[in-house]
Design a protein around this ligand. Structure first.
Ligand code: SAH
Length: 325
């Protein structure tokens, strides 16, 4: 039994059944605090860890919008849940070549990942919450696979599904058609949207999920690059759920921001020029041509990350609309 499972069982015994939200919150805080889960040796691999092309095209999209917004000198780069800082390094390199060298602000709760981020971007500033970001100057925000890690609630027939101990095991107390909501995710989208409306700027959000609100159980656990049962090994596997992009759009609009997308990741990367970028990299390093093409295919193909992953932008009303969406 994992140390966290022991603590959760004790909590259920003393406080009663746990909501999915409390369970996911506890598991993911522990999980991210105690490891770097990314890459081949970890549990899952994200787009920026597959290829530098991903972060470069994100950087190009942000630099383009910034240039068309009149090149505001006080713009900041903000990333939510920046992992190892790989996306930021690749994006900032491209932004620099476009004349954009913004101060960097990271929102990250894991000390382990903060250390990795510090090695990649030594002069970044770290924050615990979106609310602590600076309140002056436009923001260029990136969130890749951030919203999916925030806790969700699940309801069956209007009743919240909870976790109990049955026959000595953690188990859900009811099954049936599941409706998911995520106050934490809604809160993050609202906080970013309100800031963008007040300060100017744009957020690019990339994640997996569905374009329309629909019932369904999307809570999933991943360990060593494979799916595992969600209630097993609490704190030792990555718990995520699909993002409801319709809901994200509704919240952004309620806050007065402009919502663009969602677009599928593959076509979006193609519209931003991933083919040309892959050819350039392969010409510069012919011995890596097959690897570069493999990475491009993994990011873009509909049977890999190209279709399930979606890209959307939330913009301040007076800001130009982003390319590719
Ligand atoms: N964006 C990175 C990492 C994705 S993993 C990439 O694409 O590689 C999720 C990231 O979000 C991790 O950095 C994790 O520590 C962070 N995270 C998870 N929950 C968080 C929370 N509530 N607040 C801030 N960061 C969080």
């Amino acid at each position: 039994m994992t140390p966290l499972e022991r603590a959760l069982r004790e909590r259920i015994r003393t406080e009663g059944p746990l909501t999915g939200e409390a369970f996911m919150e506890a598991c993911n805080s522990y999980y991210y605090a105690t490891r770097d889960p990314l890459g081949a040796a970890g549990d899952f691999t994200t787009a920026p860890e597959i290829s530098q092309m991903f972060g470069e095209l994100v950087g190009a999209a942000l630099a383009d919008v910034w240039a068309r917004a009149g090149r505001p000198a006080n713009a900041r780069y903000v990333e939510l849940g920046p992992g190892r800082g790989t996306l930021a390094s690749d994006a900032l390199r491209v932004m620099r070549s476009a004349g954009l060298v913004p101060p960097v602000h990271f929102v990250e709760t894991s000390e382990t990942l903060r250390a990795a981020q510090k090695a990649a971007i030594p002069d970044a500033t770290w924050h615990e919450h979106i609310e602590h970001l600076p309140g002056d100057g436009p923001l260029l925000v990136v969130a890749n696979e951030f919203l999916d890690a925030l806790p969700i609630r699940q309801h069956v027939g209007g009743i919240e599904r909870r976790i109990v101990i049955t026959a000595g095991q953690l188990a859900f107390d009811r099954d049936g058609e599941i409706v998911e909501t995520s106050p934490a995710r809604d809160g993050a989208v609202r906080a970013i949207s309100e800031r963008l409306v007040a300060l100017g700027g744009m957020a690019l959000v990339i994640d997996y999920g569905h374009e329309r609100t629909a019932p369904g159980d999307t809570l999933q656990a991943v360990r060593r690059h494979g799916f595992t049962p969600v209630l097993v090994n609490p704190g030792e596997q990555d718990l995520t759920s699909h993002v409801d992009f319709q809901r994200v759009g509704e919240i952004a609009r309620e806050a007065g921001a402009v919502f663009s997308g969602p677009a599928e990741q593959g076509p979006w990367l193609e519209r931003l020029g991933i083919m040309a970028r892959a050819r350039m990299l392969a010409n510069a390093a012919p011995e890596r041509a097959a690897e570069i093409e493999g990475a491009r295919a993994r990011l873009c193909r509909p049977d890999q990350m190209g279709s399930l992953f979606k890209v959307l932008a939330i913009s301040a009303p007076e800001w130009p609309t982003p390319a590719g969406l």
